[in-house]
Write a protein of this length. Sequence first.
Length: 115
Amino acid sequence: MKNRQSTSKSRSLFTRRDFLKVAGAAAAMPSVAWGMGRPSASNRITIGVIGWGMMGPANTKSFLGEADCQVVAACDIHTGHLQAAVDTVNAKYGNKDCKAYHDYRELMALSLIHI
């Protein structure tokens, strides 16, 4: 019996308290450090939105909220609607990369558009 107790104590170099310290520190790390932030460009679906009338804004904003989607182009015949769409997308991403199209066929012809 004495051998068993002394052996288990000598093997326990890493105590329960040490484990909790390390586990707590790992849990406190930001998600980006774990690779759970925004997916890389090759793992995102690129989207072109067509129409900014009735449902366009709500649908687009839903896509903008998804980490694995990226809206890269917008299309609308009405110039004011088109500008509103482009401004919304660019404001979300903090850049001016969203391309504007008046003809949906031009948008659909882009090879970078998945949906």
